[in-house]
Ligand binder design. Structure first.
Ligand code: GAL
Length: 767
């Protein structure tokens, strides 16, 4: 069989014509309505003029577009481009028997990892974002690419040659087009109809339902929307709209909703012309947390720990109307309390210091008896609360973004609930070390010291990230060989928290062929030594470690917390795996000052800098029920509570999830006992932990795939009679009749149970 590669390169126009005809014969199968191509001309490099149809590509190589370029002998070339030119004759017969003739769909091969597709020189589609894109690089390997060609407007030639030029960018590893041939089809009736739902809180909470018709000249149909109360089954809202859909002119219908009920929105579009039905359903956000009173309310644990001689930085988390004034009549010597509630100072000797702090505003006052524990092992009396840049910004973090989230943390009042660490993850490091071995921040952080001072002035604390290998997980410089220099620079900046990852340290172990326990512990002990030499407290958070179990020896390395699972993401699969599966049986490894860390929170707008929106973010993919479950389980297992979203864009729903003082109090409970799973039956799991006041916290989760009826009383893991059973999210005591309920799939109920103090048969048991 003749192949394109057999043609000699000098070829001029005529020869290319022959080539095209040959390709049409050899590589194109024309069936009833489809055209399929699996070969192209290929060249590595990048030149936008290669999109032009008249460009001479005869000297280019032949390539199979169903296999990546490196699988066919071309070099992988990290951060590089390759161009494909697919020559194809599209016969008029492609429209045979078709019911719409104004569009063709190019079902392209997948691309590893970003592509731009040109038809006869015109850009007709792109998936992912090239590194040159102003919105930032976004990889999109493994995504299906169906590009639509407007038969009239896109310069398509029927019964003639067309050049489909594809520019592919490969960031690393394998690259190029792969998976399937190019197939060109005619859309079937209703194919181009689509419906999208966007939840938004600009102004009032509402869903924007958009219906579009990509191919038909014009069509019409009916949109039905209903909102149903999930608890009672009652219809809360329903609307019907006749829509006329002109080609590519989406019609938007806005459906406002309120968050005071637990509701489901269902929407159906029925097309009159084609009979096609599109249907979608979403759970609506709902708020359970009651509004905080205007009077002052202390929301933090009544304890903080510090090492002798280290600076104290503690901001009292108190909600209520501002301005608010803080006072203390029995403040120990060496400490100062500012009027706006920031405790500073230094205590040189081990001590347990108790004093009473009062907060007062126009509506009233409140007091908290507070204990400052001063001692060598006193850091992290309760799990740290704050924010980390990774789950929202990934490697695109900047000083500006950190400051925007911090300002919002203060303005939206999260700081009044104890969120106080502002932690920068990977991506702050300069490309090279200074001659003296120290490492500065890169240009995205014009002044690290300035940023840290700014945080400390507000009573907030600052966290940084590094890794023990030569490079970090994101490919930046790690601390290997410079542990002392790094710890000293961090001390100068005023760092209060270090997240010390693992990643490339695996190479050191490989080089030394040392896979034992000692090689796991060594780099963490080394950094521990230099951290603890600094005259300030640096919360030491250990990263996840490949397959090894860092929780087994994190305490030995003086870690204040350690990851107990690999990286989290914003899907139910991940919450289930990281939370329910991987925290199981881990309570024995957690203790005051040494916490298990199932990773940062994924509520709000996250995306690791790679999300679909122009800022690299997206709304978390967890349903509202899944988000309640996420926070419930994380507080039960005494996890670090590090917010992972952009706080500047945080809505009231997310705020209500993160600022429920009774829920947070479980995480921060001073007994410090992580929950265990006490029951798993069908899709129901019950996790419970004892609390300092003698009561227990109980999470009842439905991890199954259907709603389930439960008798909560029967699931409470105690043989003592209950005096009160409190719903922590709703902050209300439940009556006996409210204990039978339905828990929606992936949802939960969160209870605090106070046991009766007297015998089984009498006194103060629940009625
Ligand atoms: C991962 C870590 C993430 C993030 C990332 C930075 O290993 O688990 O949380 O820190 O590295 O590159």
């Amino acid at each position: 069989m003749p192949s394109i590669a057999m043609l000699t390169p000098i070829e001029c126009y005529m020869k290319r014509r022959i080539l095209v005809v040959l390709m049409a014969v050899v590589a194109i199968g024309v069936s009833a309505q489809n055209v399929s191509v699996n070969k192209a001309r290929f060249k590595q490099g990048d030149d936008l003029s290669w999109a032009k149809p008249e460009m001479d590509d005869a000297s280019w190589s032949e390539i199979d577009i169903t296999k990546r370029w490196d699988d066919q002998g071309f070099p992988q070339n990290t951060r590089s481009y390759g161009w494909y030119r697919i020559h194809v004759n599209i016969p008029k017969s492609v429209f045979q028997g078709a019911d719409q003739r104004n569009a063709l769909i190019l079902h392209m091969p997948k691309a590893d990892d970003v592509d731009e597709c040109f038809l006869n020189g015109k850009l007709i589609g792109s998936t992912g974002r090239m590194p040159t894109n102003a919105a930032g690089y976004f990889p999109a390997s493994n995504m299906v690419r169906n590009y639509v060609v407007d038969v009239k407007k896109d310069g398509l030639r029927l019964d003639a040659d067309n050049v489909i030029a594809v520019r592919v960018y490969n960031r690393g590893g394998s690259g190029g087009l792969y998976n399937n041939p190019l197939t060109i089809t005619c859309p079937k009736a209703g194919d181009g109809l689509s419906m999208s739902l966007t939840d938004t809180n600009v102004g009032q909470y509402h869903y924007d339902i958009e219906v579009n018709n990509a191919y038909l000249e014009s069509t019409n149909g009916t949109l039905d929307v209903t909102i149903t109360d999930r608890e009672t089954g009652a219809k809360v809202k329903s609307l019907t709209k006749k829509l006329t859909l002109k080609r590519n002119k989406p019609v938007r219908v806005t459906v406002p909703y309120s968050m005071d009920k637990i509701c489901q929105l269902t929407t159906t579009y029925t097309d009159a012309k084609t009979g096609k039905v599109l249907s979608e359903s979403r759970q609506l956000k709902y708020v359970l947390t009651p509004a905080a009173p205007a009077t002052p309310r202390f929301n933090g644990a009544p304890v903080w720990g510090v090492r002798p001689g280290s600076p104290v930085i503690y901001r009292f988390p108190v909600s209520g109307e501002k301005p608010m004034k803080f006072t203390c009549n029995d403040l120990p010597e060496g400490l100062q309390l500012s009027e706006d509630g920031v405790l500073n100072g230094k205590i040189d000797k081990p001590a347990i210091l108790s004093f009473t702090v009062t907060a007062e505003n126009a509506k009233g006052k409140a007091s908290q008896k507070f204990t400052l524990k001063v001692g060598v092992d006193m850091i992290g009396q309760t799990p740290p609360m704050g924010w980390n840049s990774w789950n929202c910004w990934g490697l695109t973090v900047t000083q500006e973004k950190v400051m925007a989230s911090t300002k919002a943390l203060i303005d939206k009042g999260l700081v009044d609930y104890g969120y106080s660490y502002i932690n920068i993850d990977d991506g702050w490091e300069a490309p090279e070390r200074n001659p003296d071995g120290t490492l500065d921040a890169n240009e995205k952080f014009p002044s690290m010291k300035g940023l840290v001072d700014w945080l400390h002035e507000r009573g907030l604390k600052f966290g940084i990230y590094s890794a023990p290998g030569a490079t970090t997980c994101g490919g930046y410089l790690g601390s290997l060989g410079y542990e002392k220099e790094d710890a000293e620079v961090w001390n100068k900046w005023g760092v209060d928290y270090l997240k010390y990852d693992w990643c490339s340290y695996e190479n050191v172990r490989r080089e030394e062929n040392d896979w034992g326990f000692a090689s796991c512990v060594r780099p963490y002990l080394l950094m521990q030594k230099f951290l603890r030499q600094q005259p300030r407290d640096i919360f030491y958070s250990l990263g996840p470690l490949g397959g090894t179990q860092v929780y087994l020896w994190g305490l030995y390395c003086d870690g204040n917390s350690w990851r107990t699972a690999q990286d989290i993401n914003d899907t139910w699969h991940s919450i289930y795996d990281v939370g329910f599966r991987q925290q199981l049986g881990k309570s024995q490894y957690s203790s005051i000052g040494h916490w298990n860390d199932p990773d940062m929170l994924v509520v709000g707008k996250v995306g690791y800098g790679l999300g679909e929106n122009t800022d690299g973010l997206r709304e978390t993919r967890l349903t509202p029920d899944e988000q309640y479950t996420h926070i419930t389980l994380w507080t039960l297992v005494a996890s670090n509570m590090l917010i992972g979203c952009d706080i500047a864009q945080m809505d009231d729903f997310t705020l209500s999830l993160l600022c429920n003082n009774e829920v947070n109090a479980i995480d921060q409970d001073i007994l410090g006992k992580q929950a265990d799973r006490v029951l798993k039956e069908g899709g129901i799991e019950v996790w419970s932990r004892p609390l300092a006041d003698g009561s227990i916290a109980v999470g009842i989760f439905n991890t199954g795939e259907t709603d389930q009826k439960v008798d909560m009383k029967a699931l409470i893991p105690t043989d003592k009679p209950a005096k009160t059973i409190r719903d922590l999210w709703r902050q209300k005591n439940l009556s006996e009749s409210e204990l039978n309920c339905t828990i929606p799939l992936h949802g939960c109920r969160y209870l605090k149970v106070v046991m009766s103090t007297c015998g089984k048969s009498k006194c103060d048991t629940l009625k």
